[in-house]
Design a protein around this ligand. Sequence first.
Ligand SMILES: [Fe+2]
Length: 482
Amino acid sequence: MLHDKVGDKSFITAGLDAVIDHLKEPTGDNQTSIASAISSTDKDVVEAERLALLHHFTAMKSSASTEQSHRDVHYVSRVDPVGAFQAVLAKLFKEIPGLQGYGDANPIWATTLVEQGIYDLKSFFHHVHDDVSRKEPFIASVLKEWKQLKFERAPYPAGLPATLPLSDHAKVALLADWGGDNPAARKVAAVVNRQKPDLAIHLGDIYYGGIASECETFLRLWPLQAIAGKPGAGIPPKSSLALNGNHEMYSGGEAYFSVVLKAFGQPQPFFCLENKHWRLIGLDTAYAAGRLKPTSETDPIAPQWNWLLNLLKTGEKKANIFLTHHQPVSAHTDEHNDSAPLRSDIVDLMAVDGIGQTAIFGWFFGHEHRCALYRDSELPYNARLIGNGCIPHQVQEEKAADAGCNNVDYFNKRQDAIGSGAAVSMYAQLTFQGSESAELLIEYIDEDNEVWGSEVWNAERGRLDASGKFQETDFDKQLSDQ
Ligand SMILES: [Fe+2]
């Protein structure tokens, strides 16, 4: 689960310093910790591992120190190994008996232990033990968990998905950046559950590093459960799908593939659902760090790309809605620059014979922890950012896009309390209007079951049809009228 101190960047950089300080010292205790982590007592092997870890953690500290701000209140690093380090700390804080019950339930624990001077962070890593019987210092537990992670990409799931039927009346919940197991995630899950969708789709990011314990927690909290009141008993068949996210890939994607996709009965990390008028096309942008187009025919993402090309050349009368984790556009310079390769892939995609410039009607995505509707007239698809699934962030105040970036017409401004500055989390709900109607109702619903706004897309009238224009609830006015 998210942990208040693990989400504090200064704590993470100080924690990295503490690990580095330990690794600098080839002393008995530190050597014992490394030996335990790699299950070897060979002195040369342990010393080589110490130097390798020292180099690795020093580089991580440097990357974390210079990492740009993502405008979040809770730090979730986008530096791959730093995200994995956060996952390790959060797991241990949850598992160590003496630290259980901390985290979101008790955000002052480190004040008690560290900041009041009982321990500095280095001695905390040395003196806190993972359990009474083994008396292993925290640093040994950290290194042991670290060495169990697999940082190389897991093998890509084989095969191509069959197109799945989608009811013409289907209600579909889209959750993005929701896998944090914090109070906001639980509130959003409860709202989704009350809405009783036919299908729920996660657009990726299980925090902090997509490790197995985080993926198992994700499944327990998932809004659709086979047996009400028995989380973990299973997921209802054909009810749920999940896309890959960058945080899942911080641990190589292995747990996302083997735990989440397995539980959802989803063979590949990409899929297509279709009814009479619409197709929902879920794509994996995370395995290749934001790319869709393969670099060669042996690239693991080549099957997805070729499948997508074939898909878009058929079903010409259906309106295609893309679902991805990564953003194709952004109002912010850093994220806009990050998504340049994805935009380039889409230019190439639309240039393929038989696909064309109108191939994509709309596109829902996450990654940035905001909810924003980009200006449709300036893009070749209706772009909707719904990455505000659970990560605490401030209410957006900037109204204009950064220079050269994409303009936003509407963005979520609702706070969880008057004057708090803390933005609410939400998800998007799609309700198809039946075989006789080409309309799709889209509602943006927040953690309090309030509808921030809604719009109607019409597959026959085209994506720029003005009749379904976004209707925004003015929560500020509602408050001032009270
Ligand atoms: Fe992300």
